[in-house]
Design a protein around this ligand. Structure first.
Ligand code: ADP
Length: 262
């Protein structure tokens, strides 16, 4: 999905390299969390995956399509046919004066997509169909925003801290809704600091200083070796190599490799 993606911002005080060559494969129908300290490049990467901002270098494909091969209106049109954005503040996601069912009715695209009632049912909102967003809890509003992705038939949902403002029950229900979407083939990418979210994801990608530091798959954290053979070490390990040199030793079969201080 992301090939060697670089993002450089030009500012009055110089250039900021926010994303430094990210390669990322995200399968359809999976849920991925992007985590990392503030300033590690999460928002920059997500804005590019959402098609809102162009990579300085590299390419991004969404559902097999290179959004940045197009310009202006054509790109905006494809973006709005492919990506649903779910914002952190539940009320930012919804049109206020309509009921939940009306919001979904307005957005439904084509007979191939679930009906509003099917989407409400799938995300456990059946008895909330006649409520306006202001009458829904934060968790219900977030689920309604996810239901919108279903009726629109978008292959990709990008959610920015979707559980940050929710209580435990609300967060759990949103995570269940993400599972429902992923099981239906939607790809969900979540930026989060919320530890409740991580165990529920197919993979967790940790960014460090604009690069992918590690990827956790099914509970196992793996360091990532980039195309030039560079291995990103976690900061707490890196600081033990003050001289920035490491000794590598391997056995004859090159299966066991040891990294130690010289
Ligand atoms: P995160 O979401 O992990 O906090 P960001 O992607 O927001 O990280 O930021 C990564 C780096 O890029 C930071 O150093 C930030 O100051 C810088 N940055 C982000 N957006 C811009 C911008 N529009 N112009 C200049 N610098 C930016």
């Amino acid at each position: 999905m992301c090939r060697q993606v670089v993002k450089i911002y030009q500012t009055t005080t110089g250039r900021v390299q926010a994303v430094r060559g990210v390669d990322l494969e995200i399968d359809a129908g999976t849920a991925t969390a992007i985590v990392g300290p503030s300033g590690s490049g999460k928002s920059s990467l997500l804005r590019m995956i959402a098609g809102l901002d162009e990579p300085t270098v590299g390419s991004i494909e969404i559902a097999g399509e290179d959004l940045f091969a197009r310009n202006g209106r054509a790109r905006a049109a494809r973006r709005s046919a492919l990506v649903t954005h779910v914002y952190q503040r539940p009320s930012d996601n919804l049109i206020e004066h309509l009921s939940a069912r009306q919001i979904l009715q307005r957005q439904r695209r084509g007979a191939g997509c679930p009906t509003p009632d099917e989407a409400l049912h799938a995300l456990a909102l059946t008895d909330r169909g006649d409520h306006r967003p202001s009458m829904l809890s934060g968790g219900e509003q977030q689920r309604l925003a996810l239901a919108r992705a279903m009726v629109v038939g978008h292959p990709l949902v990008i959610a920015d801290e979707p559980t940050a403002q929710l209580d435990p029950a609300g967060a759990l229900a949103v995570l269940d809704a993400i599972d429902v979407l992923a099981a239906r083939g939607t790809t969900v990418i979540v930026a989060t600091h919320d530890d409740r979210v991580l165990p529920r994801m197919t993979q967790v990608v940790t960014l460090r200083e604009g690069s992918v530091g590690s990827i956790t798959h099914a509970g196992t954290e793996l360091a990532v070796i980039d195309r030039s053979g560079r291995l990103q070490l976690p900061p707490e390990i890196r600081e033990r190599f003050a001289g920035r040199r490491a000794r590598l030793e391997w056995d004859a079969a090159r299966e066991v490799i040891e990294v130690s201080r010289p």
